[in-house]
Write a protein that binds this ligand. Structure first.
Ligand SMILES: *Cc1c(COP(=O)(O)O)cnc(C)c1O
Length: 485
């Protein structure tokens, strides 16, 4: 093999070489990434090489310097981000797609599985019948797709066509301040501007207040701005709160405004019988998003949007014809092999033409453990947030910021001798990061800095709830006693 030739026929050997390092990584037998940065950074910051090393040596470098210094997100005690590490099946199915179907187009088993997986998601999460789904890179894009369809629908109702003529009217999109910032960005990218976002007040559980929404809609009827969508959280990233979907959906219907439900994180929560009723209003949704790379254990890069009015979605996002594709494909009845046709044209329903095939990942994740397995994971994680709340309420030095709805629980350490509790909790969090076992994030609830575990990794088990609370108490006590000296 010449060094200047990339290997293309040695996959299993290279994988065998790589998998040793990956296995060690998954057992967390690697030094802490940050403490050894002095070693790996110089090794990886070399000048542009004019000659190649050959694949085996690159994999050696990868095993020595890159993999051991990867992310801590895959640690079982990491409850920090709302994305998690892929399960083994998530990783393996991704590789299968990359190798055997480098595109989602074509009359392939992979293109077919996009549809199977989307239908399974819709059925598993009780989405309204007849919604068209499409995979994309994640919640950011998934929200953009839903809101793009919403924009088309709202403008067409007043005789305008934003897909072709641009945004010719001021717009309004209603959501709470707990809506994900990717919603704001999507609204901006769609040409409506971030100022189109109207923040609807929330109740004491951080849920959108339907009364406030009604009042705002009535007031805004006097303005020229076009109401484009009402966006509800089915699981806010910050606190896990679920907006009152049924009431919001009814208001949206009454005012003839598109109802978008952002379930990027929390849609799978509907599988937990204890909170299932909160999702009833999904039946009224015009578009819904969910991320497979959050609670379902897919690697990052897999989100989905479901839209009721597929025409509006198509008008916004269709790719247009391309001669190199249209002249290559044949009419349906003459399809003889996978290159003769495009398969289902998902590229007309989102922003990507070339795209990885993602259906195989979701199909495999569900096929591996079934709905029962996924439901058990969701219930365990929601139960863990309730468990944390229970422990917090029992301890005199802990305070609950709000009752958990899903798998997020916000709480803080308190002490009568400490004036600046935000500062104290920040220090506790820094120490948790340093110890590197229980790794939650922090957030602000009612101007209080709180510790925020979000349980959703497939590796995260019941004892992590207790372990985190114990560690917060231990660090808090220590810091308070040191500061007293
Ligand atoms: C994570 C998240 C998003 C953004 O999704 P990405 O996959 O990170 O792009 C949007 N909305 C909510 C509610 C989320 O939790």
């Amino acid at each position: 093999m010449f060094k200047e030739q990339a290997q293309c026929n040695n996959l299993s050997n290279l994988l065998a070489q790589l998998s040793e390092g990956l296995e060690r990584y998954q057992r967390f037998e690697h030094p802490d990434a940050m403490t050894t940065a002095d070693d790996w950074m110089p090794a990886l910051s070399r000048a542009l090489p004019s000659k190649g090393l050959g694949a085996e040596k690159v994999i050696s470098e990868m095993s020595q310097y890159v993999i051991p210094n990867g992310s801590q997100i895959s640690k079982p005690g990491c409850t920090s981000y709302i994305t998690t590490a892929a399960t083994d099946m998530g990783s393996v199915a991704t590789l299968a797609g990359i190798v055997a179907s480098p595109q989602r187009i074509g009359m392939t088993a992979f293109n077919h599985l996009e549809g199977v997986a989307l239908n399974w998601l819709a059925e598993m999460f009780d989405l309204p019948a007849g919604m068209q789904g499409v995979f994309s890179s994640g919640g950011s894009t998934a929200n953009l797709i839903g809101l793009g369809a919403a924009r088309q629908s709202a403008f067409e109702q007043v005789g305008l066509d934003p897909a072709n003529d641009g945004v010719q009217r001021a717009c309004k999109v209603y959501a709470t301040e707990h809506s994900h910032h990717t919603v704001h960005r999507a609204v901006a990218v769609l040409g409506m501007g971030r100022n189109a976002m109207v923040h609807v007040p929330v109740d004491n559980m951080m849920r959108l207040s339907p009364r406030a929404l009604k009042r705002l809609l009535l007031e805004d009827q006097k303005s020229d701005a076009l109401p484009v969508a009402i966006v509800a959280n089915a699981g806010s990233t910050n606190t896990g709160s679920v907006d009152p979907l049924q009431e919001i959906g009814e208001i949206a219907r009454e005012h003839n405004i598109w109802f978008h439900v952002d379930g990027a994180y929390g849609l799978p929560g509907t599988l937990d019988p204890q909170v299932h009723d909160l999702y009833k209003g999904l039946a009224l949704a015009d578009s819904v998003t969910v991320d497979a790379h959050k609670w379902l254990g897919a690697p990052v890069g897999v989100g989905a949007t479901f839209v009721r009015d597929v025409q509006a979605q198509y008008k916004t996002f269709n790719q247009g014809e391309a001669a190199y594709i249209e002249t290559t494909t044949v009419q349906d009845e003459h399809v003889e092999n996978s290159m003769d046709a495009m398969g289902f044209p998902y590229h007309d329903l989102g922003v990507e033409l070339s795209a990885p095939t993602r259906g195989v990942i979701v199909w495999a994740l569900i096929r591996e453990i079934g709905v029962e397995g996924i439901k058990a994971r969701i219930c365990r994680h929601n139960g863990m947030a309730r468990r944390v709340a229970e422990l917090v309420k029992k301890h005199p030095n802990l305070e609950l910021a709000l009752e958990p709805t899903l798998s997020v629980c916000c709480f803080r350490y308190i002490h009568e001798n400490v004036g600046d509790l935000n500062e104290l909790n920040k220090k506790i969090h820094r120490q948790l990061m340093k110890n590197g076992v229980n790794i939650p994030s922090t957030t602000m609830v009612d101007n209080k800095l709180v510790i925020r575990p979000c349980f959703l990794g497939a590796r995260t088990d019941w004892h992590h709830a207790d372990d985190l609370v114990d560690e917060v108490i231990e660090i808090g006590h220590k810091l308070v006693s040191v500061e007293k000296l």
